[in-house]
Design a protein around this ligand. Structure first.
Ligand code: HAM
Length: 401
């Protein structure tokens, strides 16, 4: 038997419809915040991710699905969405146009990681990217929108924020950090030895406990911010507090992608195991220029859809639509007719096989239908449909329409 590749799953019931609902609901919230749908190819030139996510990052260095196509082009399956959207933004000359451009997207991403709970090799992201707005209010706007999406599914998370500084304050901080790391090198893991030379701030979020213990006296990013970054970070706290968004400052939150500047954030959940990051994002003011576009400030985030689906529980409030079934063979035709009529105004499920009432009620329940509508010989004679409201648990009749 041929099986799907490791870490690549089919999406089947019951998660499939929750997925559709999530995309619908998240899209409508994004539209409310003035974001427009955008889509970019799954396959891109490898150099796009080397120059954006960063050559030294694990994503590019170890996890890319990379190959040469028939035209000998070095290509890869996208490991994340931001770089492709930035490429599209530049290629379509929106950087030259100026103004604000806000986009949302969703689709499959690919990372050759070691699969485990919450960590797949093919997974889906729902992301938003905002171009052209320098103000920290846009960072707050993005965080509020993401929070609204999570709240709309009743998902409890902790927001962690940090500032990664800018081209003025980050380079001197990195120098200070490297000096500290060189002195303490013998206490750090092999991976961190490599990171000192390639991307020293990634040492800060190393998962190795010994490394973390050795970093207690390391220079802190937040103590080394320039005035502009410090002011923006303080302003972000104020806006979040005003809007009752709780947050934790995490000095070691550096994110696994190299393009971030200033605000970086993650929403984490302790209900899904070790892979606790549900969504992450931040500001990336230099990325458009790094990819040869006109310098444009930008900020965005992406949600890991599979991780989020793990946290969405099917609730009675989510019951939707009508389930139609026949009790007797000669009622099937009428059930079919009534279902077609009802479908003009409501979502409908239909079962063609006549069954006992209990079996229909079970099926309606499994489908999370709001109403179970059945017709037997009695109902046929009285020209009525028997209906059970599966949420309110009451029963009533409706005349044939
Ligand atoms: P990221 O933190 O690498 O950021 O990914 C965002 C989310 O994708 C994570 O929080 C996680 O929920 C999910 N995710 C990542 N890897 C996996 C995996 N192997 N299996 C399942 N889910 C996964 C980005 O990708 C940035 N592009 C976000 C962004 C947009 N920053 C600015 N704009």
């Amino acid at each position: 038997m041929i099986r799907s590749l490791r870490g690549m799953n089919d999406m089947l019931p019951p998660q499939n419809m929750v997925f559709v609902k999530f995309i619908e609901q998240a899209s409508s919230i994004a539209i409310k915040y003035d974001f427009e749908f955008v889509s970019s190819p799954i396959l891109e030139e490898t150099s796009l991710f080397k120059r954006s996510v960063g050559d030294s990052s694990d994503i590019v260095g170890k996890e890319m699905y990379r190959f040469f196509d028939k035209g000998e082009n070095d290509v890869c399956l996208r490991p994340e969405g931001t770089a492709g959207i930035v490429r599209a933004f530049i290629q379509n000359k929106l950087d030259k146009k100026g103004g604000i451009h806000r986009f949302f997207y969703h689709g499959a991403m690919f990372r050759y990681e070691r699969p485990q709970k919450g960590r797949l090799r093919q997974f889906h992201q729902f992301g938003c990217e905002s171009f052209g707005e320098q103000s920290v209010y846009e960072d707050a706007n993005i965080i509020l929108m993401l929070k609204e999406i999570l709240n709309s599914f009743n998902i409890k998370t902790t927001l962690k924020i940090n500032s990664l500084g800018c081209s003025e304050c980050m380079p001197p901080y990195k120098k200070r950090l490297v000096s500290f790391l060189e002195i303490n090198k013998d206490k750090l893991c092999e991976d961190c030895h490599r990171r000192i030379g390639t991307n020293p701030i990634r040492v800060l979020d190393c998962k190795n406990e010994n490394c973390q213990n050795s970093l207690i006296n390391a220079p802190k990013l937040l103590d080394n911010l320039c005035n502009s970054c410090k002011n923006d970070f303080n302003e972000l706290h104020n806006i979040l507090k005003t809007h009752n968004v709780e947050f934790e400052i995490d000095n070691h939150l550096v994110r696994g992608l190299d393009y971030y500047t200033k605000t970086a954030f993650e929403f984490v959940s302790h209900d899904i195991g070790a892979q606790s990051s549900i969504a992450g994002g931040g500001r990336y003011d230099t990325l458009v220029e790094m990819l040869d576009g006109k310098s444009t400030p930008a900020v965005g985030f992406a949600i890991g859809v599979e991780r989020l689906l793990e946290l969405i529980e099917k609730k009675d409030e989510d019951r939707d639509g009508y389930y139609f079934g026949a009790l007797d063979e000669n009622c099937v035709n009428r059930v079919f007719e009534q279902c077609i009529k009802k479908r003009k105004t409501a979502k409908c499920y239909i079962e063609y096989k006549p069954k006992a009432l209990k079996k229909h009620l079970n099926s309606a329940d499994k489908l999370n239908a709001r109403y179970c509508a059945v017709i037997g010989n009695d109902e046929l004679n009285q020209k009525k449909i028997w209906i059970k409201d599966m949420k309110e648990k009451n029963e009533f009749f409706e005349n044939f329409s």
